[in-house]
Design a protein around this ligand. Sequence first.
Ligand SMILES: Cc1ncc(COP(=O)(O)O)c(C=O)c1O
Length: 476
Amino acid sequence: MSSLYDGLEQLAEGNIYPFHMPGHKRNMPGHKLETAYRMDITEIADFDNLHYPKGLIKQAQDKAARLWGAKESFFLVNGSTAGILTALSAAFSKKSEIILARNCHKAAYHGVLLKELKTHYLYPELIDEGFLYGSVSGKQVQALYEKYPETKGVFLTSPNYDGVVSPIEEISEIVHEYGGILIVDEAHGAHLGFSEEFPESAVTKGADLVIQSLHKTLPSFTQTAILHLCSDRVDRNKIQNYLGIYQTSSPSYLFMSTMEQCVEMVEREKNQLFPRLSEYIEEFLEDTEGLKHLKILDEQFAKERGIYRFDKSKLIISTYHTNISGKELADRLLSTYHLEMEMACEHYVLALTSICDKKEGFKRLALALLEIDKGLKENHDKSALNGLDIFWSREESIPMSISQAEELEKETICFNQSENRISGEFLYLYPPGVPLIVPGEYITKEMIMQIASYKKQGLSIQGIKDNTTICIEVIK
Ligand SMILES: Cc1ncc(COP(=O)(O)O)c(C=O)c1O
């Protein structure tokens, strides 16, 4: 068998009878997903084991490591979430101090909680009047190391959900000078590093561990992701052990097979697919040059705002200077034009593109935006609004760590009356899943008002047990 897919195909066509899991027995005739069932297996002879890979899976992971230029790569079947938990657990011992970019995904905070880590926050620059996270800089990392010399490493997200990339090479040099470990959450950047048209991947820029969601920006099944080990600074056996803790003991061979096929496709066709995507994006930017009110964040715009690098495959359509919100724009695009966006925020919409997009999709989006734009009005009066930094508690208003807050007794109170109380829960907009309120931090009046405004706009608030956000758990 030359690959996982070949093996599964041969098995589906062959006459080996399955007296083993899964219970569907590869025998679901007439079912709509019949082919998938026929190839869905558990660990059987010749098919290797994700937790102790020696054969087909090892071979597929090695192909991935060669493609990205990693020392070793590990397939993830529980998304980047499993990779982030593993990376933090393997890299840092319990109760270590780490620098954490404040705009990280909730999975990083959960990793912090599990290992009882103490966080020193790295606050990204805010751009576009405080509504978009910018890059984090080497200077900021250096300053935090000087202030907290016991720090054992840095965890940051690059690119972030919006395609904003941070200077990983510069940051990694600083982290390594201090003997630390750099973990980069590249969940939104599995497609980076394959063409000059897009930024480079952190894998080749000095990060020690890099986590990518293959399912987000490359052609691979939902839940599939990859963890790259890029240096000798983290023990690979610890990684393998923690993967055994955070991942299912029954990994899907269909998932692993799509990861292998994704790697093979990128390897084989990268020189055609990425330039083609770039061409579609450039054409889209030309087609939308006539927009009067809506604004599309392009590389030039990003550069002018001090962003280190911007991944143009993320189309950020700003409604900031218009009379509608990002959510209203996304709703119109869906209901009238049948175009579904990746994310809608207060002041922008994110359209995610990939090498599997069709030219027709870009054309439809451009036409829809031009039409909507004609009916919009200019609105510059946003001065009274809060930026994202109102959620950024400073050291003095963080009386305890996330894990300390987790242990303390809590009470449930009305969210509107939680001012000056210490939160016992996370609260975030999903997407992007960046915690706005973190356990162990004081809740302010501005935060309460801003959450109320998000609710009014119909944005999805998650994290707290009462998902109506009428109540919140606070420390007693
Ligand atoms: C920055 C970031 N990291 C990690 C994740 C988790 O990825 P996954 O859904 O693959 O577990 C997400 C999910 O949206 C994310 O936005």
